[in-house]
Design a protein around this ligand. Structure first.
Ligand SMILES: *Cc1c(COP(=O)(O)O)cnc(C)c1O
Length: 356
């Protein structure tokens, strides 16, 4: 049976990216060797990582001040690595608490300096995005999570401030054009919208670095990675290659503008359907809804189990809400076709007709 992949991460990738990645495991570009068995300093791999870095710069239209790195680990590694590089002992960083990932990031930063939570949506179960809050001028940076993967909210505009903006874009990277140069640092784990788990994309303004007195272990030091052109040690070569294939696919399909057009089309269809069926309830403030992860509930909690059972029967994969939130979560990343959302909506309507 055809599977509709609504997984929240690791998640759906374009079929042609998977096919090309599979081929490269056996024979990379016809060289008679696997992508997994060539040196990371060989011309073959250096060309892979250089093309990936330049495609990131091109798609995001980054200024010359911004450096692009591919680093080991997941976004959780960056929760620690960001303050290790930017926040000295005794200094203060401002954090937005709009969900589980932002609050984990804040907890890690407090190991390095002072954390001030300047905005929190905890009072209403993270069903909205804070607006118009104060950011103390002495903050070293303001950290926010552009898309709250678990809670289903997304920032659709950003604070204007002289304090450097740091953003975790793990779950909406490359899903929409924006002025990426307003951010001093951007990071994203690859496995939501960009590729295979194991690698982080990091974009950083060089002028932000080198300001703290605390020694930084070499492998954690952004400056050392910049000086080594993202080849300080062996990078996760396969994950970088899959990211390159995805970046090429995004460009070929029409870039971030087209990714945004598709994701708005998918999200509009999904939300319009849910809103039209009283059997479902969404608690998220409409203007703050995520175009990537739609989170909603069965109005009668007793219907959740039968609905999930129907999803299973119909090949709708990954729609159970996050364990601390519950309900339903439909993730609609770049590679998810509109047909999958249509199939989900048709199924939801049939379910509503039977149980409404
Ligand atoms: C998935 C996710 C994380 C955690 O990523 P790991 O790669 O598991 O460390 C962090 N932030 C956001 C926004 C996420 O969606």
């Amino acid at each position: 049976m055809k599977k509709h992949n609504f997984n929240s991460g690791p998640s759906i990738l374009p079929q042609e990216v998977l096919a090309k990645a599979a081929r490269a495991v056996l024979d990379f570009n016809g060289i008679g060797l696997s992508i997994l068995e060539i040196g990371h300093r060989s011309t073959w791999f250096v060309e892979v990582i250089e093309e990936a870095r330049s495609l990131v710069k091109e798609l995001m239209q980054l200024s010359a001040e911004h450096e692009v790195l591919f680093l080991h680990g997941g976004a959780t590694t960056q929760f620690m690595q960001v303050p290790m590089n930017l926040l000295d002992t005794g200094e203060t960083a401002a954090y937005c608490d709009n969900g589980i990932w932002g609050s984990k990031a804040a907890a890690e930063a407090s190991l390095f300096g002072n954390v001030q939570v300047v905005a929190s949506s905890k009072d209403k179960n993270h069903t909205y995005i804070n607006k118009g809050f104060d950011i103390p001028a002495n903050s070293r940076y303001l950290h926010l999570t552009t898309n709250n993967t678990v809670e289903g909210t997304q920032w659709h505009s950003f604070p204007v401030t002289d304090v450097p903006l740091v953003a975790d874009m793990s779950s909406d990277i490359f899903s929409r054009p924006m002025n990426f140069n307003q951010f001093s640092l951007i990071y994203a784990g690859a496995q939501k919208n960009m590729g295979a788990a194991g690698v982080n994309l990091l974009v950083v303004k060089k002028s932000l670095l080198g300001k703290i007195k605390r020694p930084i272990p070499a492998i954690m030091d952004y400056r050392k990675h910049i000086d080594a052109n993202s080849l300080l040690n062996t990078p996760p070569v396969f994950a970088v290659y899959v990211a390159l294939l995805t970046l090429r696919w995004i460009k070929k399909e029409g870039g971030l503008k087209e990714m945004e057009r598709r994701s708005i089309e998918k999200a509009n269809l999904l939300y319009a359907t849910i809103d039209s069926l009283p059997v479902f309830t969404s608690h998220i403030v409409k203007e703050d809804r995520s175009n990537m992860n739609a989170v909603f509930f069965l109005s009668d909690p007793k219907l959740e189990a039968p609905f999930l059972e129907l999803c299973k029967q119909e090949g709708m994969v990954g729609v159970k809400g996050y364990r601390t939130v519950g309900g339903i979560r439909v993730s609609m990343y770049n590679a998810l076709p509109l047909e999958s959302v249509q199939a989900f909506c048709d199924m939801a309507k049939q379910f509503a007709a039977k149980h409404g």
